[in-house]
Ligand binder design. Structure first.
Ligand code: NAD
Length: 434
């Protein structure tokens, strides 16, 4: 198959490279010419484990190409995947579809033969109908089908998720594009019967409903953690005890900072707004959004408490600043909220992140360090913000060099018992207040 990915971000680049690995001829396109230039020099714009090797191999073998000539790439290809961003429209709280519709207009002008137009971006219900309407000119009659194929990959696990998906959802009621899609996905679905064909609108909603459900699970356990803090119970025991029930399962049941990232916050907001358009009140999702928004405040007051309200001039170290481990994605990371609130109170922040330096903190009080040791030098409080493997076996005594540094582990990576035995001044989430 000749495939064109429009938008070479986390989704477009990973799926494009994976489709190439499966033997297709893939062109990844983007309006960002610098990105495309770099990719042609095999410089990968994002941190994603295994991606560099995958891109280099397929690029060298000629199956994967990068181009900023979007029109020619569309003309050359049989299947066009729309993979552009759909961030929150701050005025409406719905998804901003301007990138999707810009791409649609480019496709409209370049339909030289029949093509399947696949929307992989996360979009509100009925967006596929709108794309179809834009493309449906006299000249384009019978030259396309618009289908929905939402993406479920997780950053940090993206290649594995793509190659071994729990499900591939394809939204179309037409036979021809469904057969083409089945063919493309055949190598990764033949082992398990996980290909689910449904209506286009249902596919669009499956993506939002899934993300809203996962966000609900995280928020639920975070609220239970608040109760555990007050009632002196370890929330980890609650997660295990609940998770052993197969109807519940233990995934996404780990207490921590609120959910962040490029998907859950914007998708929960967009879902509520879309539902409103259909005169439907999604009260659970609304509460989840509200609860998650209050999470940073709760964590900040917890830090105040741990530091006995003496934050001014204190050195605070952050290990990890992205929204989760395994990615360099800073979008809606809780650290973007917590760090500025600490600097406003006069704290000096050192941080280290295994994915590399970030320039998101425009403050002289925030400094990037190139390793854990430098970041922890002479610190008063160490905050473990994300769950990278390299943060799981720290030798606190060696790092703190005799100083009575406190540890606030927002991911509950360490055993309370062991910390007590080693006399580390350790605090977790939902494991009893100080
Ligand atoms: P991204 O911001 O990383 O990448 C989007 C890319 O599209 C950018 O490189 C941008 O330059 C490019 N672009 C914008 N307008 C363009 C145009 N007119 N023509 C060509 N390129 C254009 O976005 P992402 O994280 O890959 O997300 C893409 C979509 O997939 C979103 O709807 C998102 O919700 C969804 N999604 C993301 C993830 C994830 O983990 N990031 C997972 C599943 C689904």
């Amino acid at each position: 198959m000749k495939i064109c990915m429009i938008g070479t971000g986390y989704v477009g680049l990973v799926s494009g490279a994976c489709f190439a690995e499966l033997g297709n001829q893939v062109i990844c396109t983007d309006i960002n010419k610098i990105k495309i230039g770099n990719l042609n020099d095999c410089i990968i714009p994002i941190y994603e484990p295994g991606l560099e090797e995958l891109v280099k191999r397929n690029f060298k073998q000629g199956r994967l190409k990068f181009s900023s000539d979007i029109s020619s790439s569309i003309k050359y290809s049989d299947v066009i995947f729309i993979c552009v961003g759909t961030p929150t429209n701050k005025k409406t709280n719905n998804a901003n579809l301007k990138y999707v519709f810009n791409v649609t207009n480019t496709i409209k002008n370049n339909l030289n033969k029949y093509k399947v137009i696949v929307n992989k971006s996360t979009v509100p219900v009925t967006t596929g109908d709108k794309i179809e309407k834009i493309l449906n000119t006299k000249k384009n009659k019978n030259k396309f089908d618009v289908i929905s194929n939402p993406e479920f990959l997780r950053e940090g696990e993206a290649i594995r998720d793509f190659m071994y998906p729990d499900r591939v959802v394809v939204g179309t009621s037409a036979k021809k594009p469904n057969n083409i899609m089945k063919n493309i996905y055949l190598p990764i679905i033949k082992k398990k019967n996980r290909y689910f064909q449904t209506s286009r609108r249902a596919a669009e909603l499956i993506k939002y409903a899934s993300n809203a459900y996962l966000a609900t699970k995280i928020t639920f356990i975070n609220e239970i953690a608040n109760l555990c803090d007050k009632s002196n119970i370890d929330v980890k025991d609650i997660s295990i005890g609940m998770g052993l029930d197969e109807r519940i399962g233990d995934r996404f049941l780990r207490a921590g900072p609120g959910y962040g990232g490029s998907c859950f916050p914007k998708d929960t907001r967009a879902l509520v707004t879309t539902a409103k358009k259909f005169h439907t009140n999604l009260s659970i999702v609304k509460s989840v959004i509200k609860s998650n928004e209050s999470r940073n405040k709760i964590l900040c007051s917890r830090i105040d408490k741990i530091m006995s309200n003496k934050i001014k001039n204190k050195k605070i170290t952050f290990l990890g600043v992205t929204f989760k481990a395994g990615t360099d994605d800073m979008r809606e990371s809780p650290a973007l909220n917590i760090i500025p609130s600490l600097t406003r109170k006069g704290a000096m922040i050192n941080y280290y992140d295994p994915s590399g330096a970030k320039n998101n903190f425009k403050s002289k009080k925030v400094k990037y360090c190139k390793n854990i040791k430098d970041a922890c030098n002479n610190t008063d409080l160490l905050i473990i913000h994300t769950e990278w493997n390299e943060f799981k076996q720290l030798n606190f005594k060696k790092l703190f060099k005799g100083k009575n540094t406190k540890v606030f582990d927002m991911r509950n990576l360490y055993s309370l018992e062991k910390m007590k035995k080693s006399k580390i001044n350790y605090f977790g989430i939902g494991r009893g207040l100080i």
